[in-house]
Design a binder for this molecule. Structure first.
Ligand SMILES: Cc1cc2nc3c(=O)[nH]c(=O)nc-3n(C[C@H](O)[C@H](O)[C@H](O)COP(=O)(O)O)c2cc1C
Length: 426
């Protein structure tokens, strides 16, 4: 475990010592520079998918603007030589109030995708939330993590059997909680992807949790067996051939056989037909609750009334999130929504904050406003794109390192000393 108390000074030490020999950090240590470097390196499609938001992207901006409304008021002359950045979450002690949030289709930014993230997470001790849209099956990712904490994120499919199967697999893979993402019952209006005509899943990217699932495979076989003979196809374009090869690669087994088989294409079509269920309501939660013994958290809650209802339904935690501004344009920023949700929950379950978190100082503000921990998203994805596993590890250590220093430099030695009192609203 490398990310915890003392990380700040250790990171500074490493960096400045290496600097004497002319070496610089592998990836920039501040998010703006990290994003700029990723913009230069990623393909247009990858960048559009990762950086893009819904509509005019005002929610992406609102997530950040919400942080800008808070300032920290440091205190001096308190002994801060020994600090503890750890927090307790669902019975586990974490090195810092930080998790790696679920991000799908990571193969767009790096060949090793979820595996590189998993290794960095295990190395730092920071939990990883496996995406339902991962590029690597959860069993493989879990195997790379040893005993390190991991959670599973679920999209509520129209197939009950598939949902149950995913949950069973999450349990068997050692996941310690399930995060149900509720803000994506349909894909948001995302102009960057629309203008490129690019949806990773339609190319077979980010559907590894499905193609590795026995229930999903059965559904694909049924679909392929009952599919009507297709109309004569127009002459294939090079892009269509690349898409078919991509789909064939996504299906388990030999590429050559898959290129001749109808199954890879049926898999993509099956996925597109069943991945989401816009009809879900609060009354469905009891069914989901009964499918797993794991703690259940709801991701995408922004209204205090929804938070109260979630508690009535017996959920174990909430993730206040705008999905990184990717779903609803002109939404309230996640941090702006946090205080009311925290007040409604009144300490009965942990509330996590996601969307717009970029630094250790951001962690500090969110925790002071009542978040038990934060989920990091785009920042670690850029680290992955720039330098693979090493890039993710560095981003995590940089964020935790800055949190450690901010804690001490504001006169605190433990996370539970933080409260809104340490902040001032601008
Ligand atoms: C490229 C990308 C893919 C994402 N995929 C998922 C996903 O599969 N499941 C999910 O619940 N959230 C997904 N999210 C949302 C993240 O979990 C998180 O809410 C978001 O990244 C927070 O915004 P931030 O990264 O700007 O802080 C994705 C976000 C990005 C940027």
């Amino acid at each position: 475990m490398t990310a915890g108390a003392g990380t700040g000074r250790r990171r500074q030490d490493e960096v400045y010592r290496a600097g004497v020999y002319g070496r610089r950090p592998r990836v920039p240590t501040v998010h703006t520079a990290l994003a700029a470097a990723a913009r230069r390196k990623l393909t247009a499609r990858a960048l559009g998918y990762v950086a893009g938001g819904a509509g005019g992207e005002s929610t992406v901006a609102a997530d950040r603007a919400a942080f800008d409304r808070w300032q920290v008021v440091p205190r001096v002359l308190r002994d801060v030589s020994a600090r503890d950045t750890s927090v307790e979450l669902l019975g586990r002690r974490l090195p810092a109030p930080l998790l790696l949030g679920p991000v799908g289709a990571l193969e767009l930014v790096h060949r090793e995708a979820d595996l590189a993230v998993a290794r960095a997470a295990a190395d730092t001790g920071v939990p990883m939330v496996f995406s339902n849209q991962a590029s690597v099956p959860m069993e493989t990712t879990a195997a790379a993590m040893g005993d390190s904490p991991r959670w599973m994120q679920l999209y509520w499919s129209t197939s009950d059997d598939l949902v149950s199967s995913m949950l069973q697999r999450a349990e068997a893979s050692g996941c310690e909680a399930v995060v149900v993402t509720l803000d994506t019952t349909m894909l948001g209006w995302r102009p960057r992807d629309l203008d490129l005509g690019h949806l990773p899943f339609a190319l077979g990217k980010g559907i590894a949790q499905y193609t590795s699932d026995p229930v999903f495979r059965r559904l694909v076989e049924e679909r392929a067996a009952t599919a009507a003979p297709r109309d004569p196809q127009p002459r294939p374009t090079p892009a269509a051939v690349r898409a078919l090869v991509g789909m064939a690669r996504a299906w388990p087994g030999s590429l050559v056989e898959n290129l001749r088989s109808p199954l890879p294409r049926a898999a993509v079509e099956t996925f597109l037909a069943i991945y989401s269920r816009p009809s879900i309501t609060w009354t469905d939660l009891a069914w989901l609750r009964a499918q797993t013994r794991l703690p259940l958290l709801l991701k995408g809650v922004l209204h205090p009334d929804d938070a109260r209802r979630a508690l009535d339904e017996g959920v174990d935690g909430l993730v206040v999130s705008t999905h990184g501004g990717r779903q609803v344009d002109r939404s309230i920023g996640a941090l702006d929504a946090l205080p009311d949700v925290v007040a409604a929950v009144d300490d009965r379950v942990p509330v996590l904050l996601d969307s717009g978190v970029r630094s250790g100082a951001d962690l500090f503000v969110a925790v002071a406003l009542g978040a038990r921990a934060c989920l990091l998203g785009r920042s670690y994805v850029y680290g992955l794109g720039l330098a693979g596993e090493e890039g993710v590890r560095q981003v995590v250590e940089d964020v935790v390192g800055e949190f450690d220093l901010t804690l001490g430099l504001t006169g605190h030695t433990a996370v539970d000393q933080l409260s809104p009192e340490v902040l001032r609203r601008v």
